[in-house]
Design a binder for this molecule. Structure first.
Ligand code: ZN
Length: 263
């Protein structure tokens, strides 16, 4: 039976979006952590970003190691938050293309529903895909499951089933989401490192090409620092500052109230 809806908490949504907007060249992907309630509504509270081993377009595969690491993370969060959390879905981005799942996406989704569990969901974030009429940047999100449309006994034919998605507002950012967010620069630099390490495997490469590859690697790391790590650090510092100010104000308020109570 399909899910009746998905509630994505706004801080987890922000982490997904930041991840999706981190590159317009390739698709990014990750896993969703949450729980499914008795009304068949899936609640997503956090996500685990994944490193892509294969950067081919429309190839978003999750390795068993990545799945097991995400399961461990879900267990850690379940203990921390005292909720029955587990891996409930996956997400990936569609830079420059429509939000709708491709044929491969629907088949991948069907496989997850079969081998993970039937309430597993897929989220897709379409970004860098400008609205043709207004030429404005636009972000679209879809949530889907796969359903088998062929009669019983025949080879399965999967189709996309759209699941209603609600973004649930949250005032503060939860610590699991914050943890996930700060993983992003690490994941991106790991990917750059892996791509560079691959070029080193070719031992017959001449010195000039080697030097060039090294320079490309350094350049991408500096770019990451400039557009990702730097702004992220800046926004976290601003956040900290704001929280400290808030704390100070609350402390004053508390003292004032205590004094009133005494008198
Ligand atoms: Zn896709």
């Amino acid at each position: 039976m399909a899910l009746s809806g998905v509630h994505l908490e706004s801080d987890a949504y922000m982490v997904c979006l930041t991840h999706a907007l981190s590159t317009e060249r390739e698709e990014i992907m990750g896993l969703c952590i949450g729980e499914v309630d008795e009304h068949r509504v899936s609640h997503i509270v956090s996500v685990v970003m994944l490193t892509r081993s294969d950067k081919q377009p429309d190839r978003v595969e999750i390795s068993p190691e990545q799945l097991s690491a995400a399961t461990t993370e879900a267990e850690r969060l379940a203990n921390l938050l005292q909720r029955p959390l587990r891996v409930v879905g996956w997400y990936h981005s569609h830079p420059h293309i429509t939000v709708w799942p491709s044929h491969v996406d629907v088949l991948t989704q069907a496989m997850y529903q079969r081998y993970m569990d039937e309430s597993f969901i897929g989220l897709i974030f379409s970004c860098f895909n400008n609205d043709k009429a207004s030429k404005r940047g636009r972000i679209q999100v879809t949530c889907f499951q796969a359903i088998n449309q062929s009669p019983e006994g025949e080879a399965p034919m999967y189709e996309r089933l759209e699941i209603p998605l609600y973004i649930k507002p949250r005032e503060a950012m939860s610590s699991p989401c914050l943890d996930a967010l700060v993983q992003l620069p690490r994941i991106l630099s790991q990917e750059e490192h892996d791509a560079y390490a691959k070029t080193l495997e070719n031992e017959s490469m001449d010195l000039l090409t080697r030097t060039h590859n090294g320079a490309v690697y350094t350049k991408s790391l500096s770019h990451l620092m400039e557009v990702m790590s730097g702004p992220l650090l800046q926004s976290l510092e601003t956040r900290l500052e704001r929280n400290e100010m808030k704390m100070e104000a609350l402390q004053l308020e508390k003292e004032k109230l205590l004094k009133e109570l005494e008198s």
